[in-house]
Design a protein around this ligand. Structure first.
Ligand SMILES: Cc1ncc(COP(=O)(O)O)c(C=O)c1O
Length: 375
């Protein structure tokens, strides 16, 4: 599919091909990349540090801003320690490299993010899959591997493609039974799920569970850039000691680290941002169903669907109505090609209602109604 180029973005609108449309794409769930206090912190960081540390954190590239960001992540998630890395992909690679010395076996959700799958391959682990969200099958795989050696289980917290949510409590129980480590990639759960946006593990009541490690990006809910591995002191030390993805890379810009620290402050000072996101997600879910689509509401801001009619024509028709509803081809989604809608805190009720009305009209004009993606 042709890649589109966005020539400007502000809040909920983007410019594409010279026209401004309301976007229901991307993952800037709380709109924090536009938040005035986050932007001000970025400017301060830029004047203070410049753009880049131009060196690894383990040589001359560590700053007070990076240390402050690690403290902010640690305190927010209620874990012992956090290590900031260049991005979310690297976070999974760093965690895999850290564990590979001891944990030879890995069990993964069949639809986990590609960065998990590739990282485990890169770290040389023996990998087995379980069916998407099937904690019972995951437990079987863990039991089989546990007879051979140490095991780690990997899942997305919230799955990027369709917003489905991992059964973290059941996976943690299976891991605890067999002394396995559980790694939750919470790129889409951080700042969207759990009390105050503390993530999918917190939502499952496992905020400071000792055998859970959280990996995440800082580019989605946090609205900045970068990533981290967070959990026990032991896993953090292992990342610092063993993970070349951390040791041999230039960290996220210190200015962005300043912005991200501020974002963690904002989400705690303004918890209503997370509440409003949830209200908007419910509103969009109801509107999509009223428009005739069969979608599932997972309690997340992400919705996926396919239609039996011409999906490209539907996409174009929505653009003509002034709405970007991304039609994407992305690995490990529920279908080879599907609509992936996301809503943010910043969307107004009018924008949500406008999209749903346009969808209803476009579906009538273009063809048959939507099906749940993947069914
Ligand atoms: C579940 C998941 N993990 C990891 C990543 C990678 O994060 P980043 O874009 O910060 O490298 C993404 C982002 O696309 C993601 O959705």
């Amino acid at each position: 599919m042709a890649r589109m180029a966005i020539s400007g973005a502000a809040g909920t609108t983007v410019r594409i091909g010279g026209r401004e449309v309301v976007s229901f794409g991307g993952c800037n769930y709380l709109g924090l990349s536009y938040h005035p206090e986050v932007l001000a912190a970025l400017q301060r960081g830029l004047s203070h540090y410049g753009i880049s540390t131009s060196a690894s954190r383990e040589t001359t590239g560590n700053t007070v801003a990076h240390d402050a960001l690690e403290s902010a992540v640690r305190d927010f998630l209620g874990v012992e320690s956090a290590v900031v890395v260049p991005d979310g992909y690297t976070a999974n690679l760093a965690a895999a490299q850290a564990l590979a010395g001891t944990h030879r076996y890995a069990v993964i959700d069949a639809r986990c993010h590609r960065s998990i799958r590739e990282s485990l391959a890169c770290a040389g682990m023996t990998v087995a899959e379980y069916a998407h969200l099937d904690a019972e099958q995951a437990a079987e795989r863990v039991r089989e591997f546990a007879a051979l050696g140490l095991v780690s289980v990997w899942t997305d917290g919230v799955f990027a493609a369709d917003g489905s949510v991992a059964p973290v409590a059941d996976l943690a129980a299976a891991c605890d039974e067999h002394g396995a480590a559980l790694i939750v990639d919470d790129c889409h759960g951080l700042f969207t799920m759990g009390p105050g946006g503390r993530g999918t593990a917190a939502q499952a009541g496992l905020r400071d569970h000792p055998s859970i490690t959280i990996t995440s990006t800082l580019a989605k809910g946090v609205g900045c850039h970068g990533g981290f591995v967070a959990g026990s002191n032991m896993i953090a030390d292992m990342v610092r000691d063993r993970s070349t993805a951390y040791i041999c890379t230039t960290p996220v810009s210190p200015a962005i680290a300043c912005a991200a620290v501020e974002a963690f402050g904002v989400v705690q000072r303004e918890p209503e941002l997370v509440d409003r996101l949830r209200r908007n997600a419910d509103e969009l879910s109801r509107g999509l169903i009223r428009a005739g689509l069969r979608i599932e509401n997972h309690g997340t801001p992400v919705f996926a669907f396919t239609t039996e009619g011409d999906m490209r024509a539907l996409h174009e028709s929505l653009l003509e109505h002034g709405f970007l509803a991304p039609l994407i081809e992305y690995p490990d989604g529920p279908a080879p090609r599907y609509f992936r809608l996301s809503v943010s805190t910043l969307h107004t009720r009018d924008q949500i209602a406008g999209l749903c009305a346009a969808l209803g009209r476009s579906l009538r004009a273009v063809g048959p109604k939507g099906a749940l993606a993947g069914q």
